[in-house]
Structure formats: C-alpha cells, structure tokens
Write a protein that binds this ligand. Structure first.
Ligand SMILES: NC(=O)c1ccc[n+]([C@@H]2O[C@H](COP(=O)([O-])OP(=O)(O)OC[C@H]3O[C@@H](n4cnc5c(N)ncnc54)[C@H](O)[C@@H]3O)[C@@H](O)[C@H]2O)c1
Ligand SMILES: O=C(O)C[C@H](O)C(=O)O
Length: 312
C-alpha cells in the first residue's frame, strides 16, 4: 500500500497529482490546500477523468486537514506563491519560506517516515530550509528543479536539431534560477553522439541560454509560472522513488563535499530509489563547468543566508 500527498492544489500541485494518479503510482493520492474546498474540487474533477482515461487511484482532496495525509510515503510540497512576469524566483522567499516551514512541520506530525520532494520556489533554498527544519536524514529531502530544467534543455535541443526529445540525453545542474542553472552542453548527446556534432557553437549557446530562462519565458507568456512540465517533472521524480527505479535525475540535494560544495542543497545528478536519493553521480566537470557550479553555489548560499533574517 503506498500513499502520496501533494501539498498545494494550485497549478503545479494539481498537475502533479493528476500525473501521479494517471500513472497509478500509489493506492491513494491526497491533495491538500489551505483554500477552502479547493483541493476537494480539484480531486473530484480529476477523478471524473478516471473513467474516460482508464485509471483508478483513490484521490482525496482536503482543506488543511493533515490527519488525512497520515502515513504518506512521499510528500510533494508545491504550496506557495508563484512569480509574476518580471520577478525572479528568489523574490518569493519572504512568503514561501514561512509556508514551506509550516507545511513540513505539519506533515511530520503524521508522516514521520515520508520522503519529501520540494517544489516551491526559490526551490534550492526551500529544500535547504526543509532539511534544516525537519532534521531528517539528507536522503529524504529532494528538491525538484533539474528534472524540469533538463526536460526544457531537451525541448530546445529537439527544436534546434529537429529530432525527437526522446532520443536526447541532456542534463542541467546547479541552482534552479535564471542565472544559476548550468546546462551541460559538453555532455548532451543525441543517440549517444555529442549534440555539438550537429549544432554550431552559437546555436548551442542559444539553446543553453533559452533553457536557463525557460521558466521566465513561460511566466512572461502566461502571466504566472508554468505547470504542465513542472507537474510532469515532479511526478517523474516521485515515480523513480515509489517504483524504486534507480533513475538518474538531477535534483537539489544536500552536499557534503561532492562537487566541491558543503552545507548547501544544489542540483546534481542523483540516483532516485525507494530510500530517496541514494547516490550522487560525479560527472567529472571540467574547469569551466566547475567554476560555473561554484558561482551558482555562491548565489544560492547568499539566498540561504536570507533565511536567518526571516522570522520562521
Ligand atoms: N521547482 C520547480 O521547478 C517549480 C516549477 C513550477 C513552479 N514552482 C513553484 O511552485 C509553487 C506553486 O506554483 P503554482 O503555479 O502551483 O502556484 P498556485 O498559486 O497555482 O498554487 C499554489 C497553491 O498553494 C496554496 N497554499 C498557499 N499556502 C498554503 C499552505 N500554507 N498550505 C497549503 N497550501 C497552501 C495556495 O492556496 C495555492 O492553491 C510556486 O512557488 C512556484 O514558484 C516550482
Ligand atoms: O519559473 C518559475 O518561477 C517557476 C518554475 O521554477 C519554473 O521553472 O517553471
């Protein structure tokens, strides 16, 4: 029997729950929101697609009733403000830190053994906060960002190369921020061959730049931030954990010397399985990539330092 809770029934939370339910990753999916009736409505609407789409997962929507989340195996936290056009993710810290901290405290009362997937922004700092506030083993706190950013990298590569995104391997590491993420151009491949064989340097640089501002571009188009790809990426992370798939997905995890960094949560490739993130994979960055990773860490660390100025 497995149970997954998604906190926040807004655009990303509902899309995550929808993907999880359709894939039948759990016997029960609980969707929780603070807004009266909102999660109940989203869950009911979603369940009305079951007979049309051919899935059967118990979906429970609740308004702030954490007792219904009891004994969850995995909890996805999407509660909090999204950014508006012109904003950075970092500007959300003041409001979202308080929300994420209170959600983690509430969840732990009923699901002390849960694995947490943190989505709320600024995600790397919210992941660090969840780790410090919960005191849980590091392997049970996973920030979702790299899964989404890597999917965007593959999207822009597939458009530039006119190939299927499913034949591409491409990874984004570092922070989940407009200037902190690092699309690993050197390691991106199409059917095992370097994408640099097919794209000139300027085009590949543009693909990487578009990837980095992928979230901002969508926020500009939509008036709020994206949800289809974020929901699918969150569900992919949950799937590898709940099905013990051992997939390698870049996630924000607590580093203790890996990639030259400590006391920070930052995006690196990890193996995801039933105990959470199980192993960090060393991609042997070259000097230029390592310098970008260190710069990214500096920016995320500055954001983490803001946490101590907030009354949480
Ligand atoms: N990490 C990523 O890759 C990624 C991707 C997309 C969005 N995000 C972030 O995810 C968050 C949610 O985005 P969205 O588009 O779904 O926003 P949204 O406004 O559509 O939904 C947020 C929901 O959180 C709920 N909420 C607020 N406080 C709560 C609390 N204390 N307890 C329970 N629910 C609460 C709100 O009522 C709302 O329904 C944002 O912070 C956004 O920046 C992260
Ligand atoms: O762009 C945002 O603010 C939301 C999210 O982090 C994303 O990348 O889509």
């Amino acid at each position: 029997m497995s149970k997954i809770t998604v906190v926040g029934a807004g655009a990303v939370g509902a899309t995550t729950a929808d993907n999880i339910a359709r894939k039948e990753l759990a016997d029960e999916v609980v969707l929780l929101d603070i807004k009266q009736g909102f999660a109940e409505g989203k869950a009911l609407d979603m369940f009305q697609t079951a007979a049309l789409l051919g899935w059967d997962t118990t979906l429970t929507g609740v308004t702030n009733d954490y007792s219904k989340t009891a004994n969850s195996d995995v909890v996805v936290i999407t509660s909090g403000l999204p950014r508006k056009p012109g904003m950075t993710r970092e500007e959300l810290i003041g409001v979202n830190a308080g929300i994420v901290k209170s959600v983690v405290d509430n969840i732990l009362q009923y699901s002390p053994d849960a694995i947490f997937v943190i989505v709320s922004n600024p995600m790397d700092t919210m992941t660090y906060l969840a780790l410090k506030a919960s005191g849980l083993p590091k392997n049970r706190i996973i920030g979702m960002g790299g899964a989404l950013d890597s999917a965007r990298f593959k999207c822009y590569l597939s458009l530039a190369m006119n190939v299927s995104p499913n034949d591409l391997h491409a990874t984004v590491i570092g922070g989940h921020g407009d200037t902190t993420m690092i699309p690993l151009k050197r390691l991106a491949t199409w059917n095992g061959t370097p994408v640099a064989n097919y794209l000139d340097g300027a085009t590949l640089d543009k693909v990487a730049a578009d990837t980095m501002v992928g979230g901002a571009t969508l926020t500009g188009l939509l008036g709020t931030s994206a949800w289809y790809a974020p929901g699918a990426a969150s569900a992919a992370v949950v799937e590898s954990i709940i099905r013990d798939e051992k997939r390698v997905i870049p996630c924000s995890v607590f580093l203790e010397g890996e990639y030259g960094q400590s006391d920070i949560c930052l995006g690196v490739p990890v193996v995801l399985g039933k105990t959470g993130w199980e192993k960090i994979i060393d991609y042997n960055l070259n000097e230029e990539e390592q310098a970008l990773f260190s710069k990214s860490a500096d920016a995320v660390r500055n954001m983490n330092n803001v946490l101590s100025t907030l009354s949480l």
